[in-house]
Design a binder for this molecule. Structure first.
Ligand SMILES: [Zn+2]
Length: 277
């Protein structure tokens, strides 16, 4: 069954908010996932995203934040809402689990996005007080006159690609092509813009605190949803080939036919074949 997801930053050519369907994963899609990098994510999303009004859609126009948002929905649908990772305490060597609900984490991260201030794809119009709320009033003088608004263009994958072979400073300038609505360049410090980006386009890439239950030592565990989700798909490939083999052997269907089965159907059929033996 398809999954309907409201995007945060994406706007159609008519500048309207957009919802997309994620069609069900198939072996044809899963087998083409060959990495955990952003290229692989964009390629996979292009294969499974359909717009509600059948308009053309390119996943390269999505922000990193919207990509992670989609992956969070995908992960909850096919795997679990609970993420469990086993850590080893570096003080007492005891193994222990770090466990959390993905939906709660994602809700807390994405609740700060002011969707109503988006005008154009991945483009925010922020008033002076919106900026001050994030970076602190002491930066006010950096941000020129009282009446202008800041147009903040969020980087999409297409932008990310264009900055691969330029200097760090050029990349920073390019990615944060923010101007004021009076046409002047902004003069916010890079650190302030980073804070703004974190607020309006967060990603699920963070350090989580976990205490060892044996000795109470506090640990910080890195969680990056994109890597986590893509590794999950890659890690299932051997099992996926077993499912294809079972169905092909049992029904005599071609690889092309089996590759188009929705993932849940394919898995149920493989389970039935195993149970009937
Ligand atoms: Zn310990």
């Amino acid at each position: 069954m398809s999954l309907l997801v409201d995007l945060h930053h994406y706007r159609s050519a008519q500048n309207t908010p957009c919802s997309v369907y994620l069609t069900e994963l198939t072996a044809a899609v899963e087998l083409t996932v060959d990495g955990i990098d952003t290229h692989a994510v964009v390629r996979m999303l292009d294969n499974i995203i359909r717009t509600t009004d059948n308009q053309p859609f390119a996943a390269s126009d999505l922000t990193a934040s919207d990509r992670d948002w989609l992956l969070a929905h995908l992960y909850q649908k096919y795997w679990s809402n609970r993420i469990v990772s086993t850590l080893e305490c570096d003080q007492c060597a005891a193994p222990f689990d770090l466990s959390f609900e993905l939906s709660a984490l994602v809700s807390s991260i994405y609740q700060s996005i002011p969707r109503e201030k988006i005008s154009g794809n991945a483009r925010f119009m922020l008033a002076q007080h919106d900026v001050d709320d994030v970076i602190g009033a002491e930066e006010q003088t950096d941000y020129a006159n009282d009446h202008s608004r800041l147009a903040l263009n969020l980087p999409t994958f297409a932008h990310e690609q264009a900055t691969v072979s330029v200097s760090l400073q050029q990349a920073r300038n390019f990615l944060l092509q923010a101007t004021r609505d009076d046409g002047e360049s902004h003069n916010l410090a890079p650190e302030s813009l980073a804070l703004l980006l974190e607020k309006v386009a967060p990603i699920v890439d963070l350090e989580l605190e976990a205490a060892c239950p044996e000795c109470s030592k506090i640990h910080w565990a890195h969680f990056d949803l994109q890597s986590y989700c893509m590794k999950k798909i890659i890690g299932e490939k051997d099992n996926l080939l077993v499912e294809i083999h079972l169905i092909a052997s049992h029904y005599g269907w071609s690889l092309a036919e089996i590759e188009q089965l929705p993932r849940t159907v394919r898995q149920s059929m493989a389970n039935l074949i195993v149970a009937s033996r």
